[in-house]
Design a protein around this ligand. Structure first.
Ligand code: DCP
Ligand code: MG
Length: 376
């Protein structure tokens, strides 16, 4: 049986077909349809089905040939009963009636609107829906006390639900670069997240900050944030401190999937280029005449000591599914614990040093996979 204990990285054609640049699977129309489902259904992840769907979609994406019949899927990993049912429906009818009806449900639509607010997760959205709150106006009218993040999220709802472009990411990169150089000359930044994988748009922009001398990065985040604030670049920020040094469970075995770097969740105020003065289309009952010369953009800043930088870059480049599979691979196939901080070899009972992503892939017994092929 291939279904248990097999993961995406275990399949040689997974990386090979992606490297060979094989066009994606199924037909484009079907692929699009399935990807939409995967995107949409992660809202309903209460029973972990979201991850299952994403795994299934990643397997389909990696197949070297078009899929036109269910028989071609026999023996493949990560395709559960439910995923297969949806795929079958899509292949036969062009869409899945089950998914379509879910998407049309009031509950689903409300979940989508409410989790579209920065600072609101599925749990909070679900609680509000049970109180009869289905949209932004009802939330405003409810008189619920919102935290700072949610207030900012509601205020900048339209902006934050509009994809960030590569050009905007670059513009923000220049600002962040200027900030780190101003507060600590010699500091370096790296663009991570989806944009490093070559995506053309994203929901935010992710940066990793370090300094080539170990220890100099201590205190850097607060200086960077202060500089950005003083220049009027921040609409919102919340910094969470580094908890790595205090942890007792060992660097590569964090209590959760979250890493322990000092991290700043922020909303940037980005001056607009050409597209100023446009009217944004009505969205979820909010019409704005938009004459502003700026827009709000979500930006994540993370500070890493140089000794962990390669692991941090690998961990923050994503995709989330790729990271999950890579860690699974490390554990199951190599008896190693991989995190955004380090890799621990359980057999040798020691940490392995790395100054580049290439070295880390080599430890894991994998050929180097460039960022553009990590879009699983
Ligand atoms: N990441 C992580 N653990 C977290 C947060 C992020 O491992 N708690 C990693 C995996 C992500 C990357 O950091 O791929 C960036 O996170 P994003 O949520 O910004 O995801 P992407 O940048 O991949 O997608 P998007 O284009 O939607 O921003
Ligand atoms: Mg991102």
């Amino acid at each position: 049986g291939q279904s248990l204990g097999v993961h995406l990285l275990d399949i040689s054609w997974y990386t090979e077909s992606m490297r060979a640049g094989h066009p994606v699977v199924i037909t484009d129309r079907h692929k699009l349809q399935l990807n939409t489902y995967v995107m949409e259904l992660h809202f309903l992840d209460e029973d972990g089905r979201g991850v299952a769907f994403r795994r299934a979609a990643a397997v389909l994406k990696a197949l070297p040939a078009q899929v036109t019949s269910m028989s071609q899927l026999r023996g493949l990993p990560c395709l559960g009963e439910h995923s297969l049912r949806v795929i079958k429906d899509v292949l036969e009818n062009g869409e899945s009636s089950e998914v379509e009806s879910t998407k049309q449900s009031e509950r689903f639509k409300a979940l989508k609107i409410l989790t579209g607010i920065f600072g609101v997760g599925a749990k909070t959205a679900d609680r509000w829906i049970r109180e009869g709150i289905y949209n932004l106006q009802q939330l405003r009218d409810s008189g619920h006390a919102l935290n700072q993040a949610q207030k900012a999220g509601l205020e900048h709802y339209n902006d934050l639900n509009q994809p960030v472009t590569k050009a905007e990411a670059n513009a923000i990169g220049e600002i962040v670069q200027k900030a780190v150089i101003s507060v600590l000359p010699g500091s370096q930044i790296a663009l991570t997240g989806g944009f490093r994988r070559g995506k053309l748009t994203g929901h935010d922009v992710d940066f990793l900050i370090t300094h080539p001398e170990e220890g100099r990065e201590v205190g850097l985040m607060s200086k960077v944030v202060s500089w950005l604030e003083s220049q009027g670049f921040l609409l919102y920020q919340k910094t969470t401190r580094n908890s790595y040094l205090e942890s007792k469970d060992g660097p590569a075995r964090p209590a959760s999937n979250m890493d322990r770097f000092e991290r700043c969740f922020s909303i940037f105020k980005l001056t607009k280029g050409e597209e100023q003065g446009t009217t944004q289309p009505e969205k979820n009952g909010v019409q704005t005449m938009d004459n502003r010369l700026w827009r709000a953009v979500r930006v994540d800043l993370v500070v890493s000591p140089i000794s962990q930088f390669a692991f941090a870059v690998l961990g923050w480049t994503g995709s989330k599914l790729f990271e999950r599979e890579l860690r699974r691979w490390a554990g199951h196939e190599k008896d190693m614990s991989l995190s955004s901080h380090a890799v621990f070899d359980n057999k040798q009972n020691r940490y392995l040093r790395a100054t580049s992503e290439e070295e880390i892939f080599a430890y894991l017994g994998l050929e180097y996979i460039p960022p553009s092929e990590r879009n699983a």
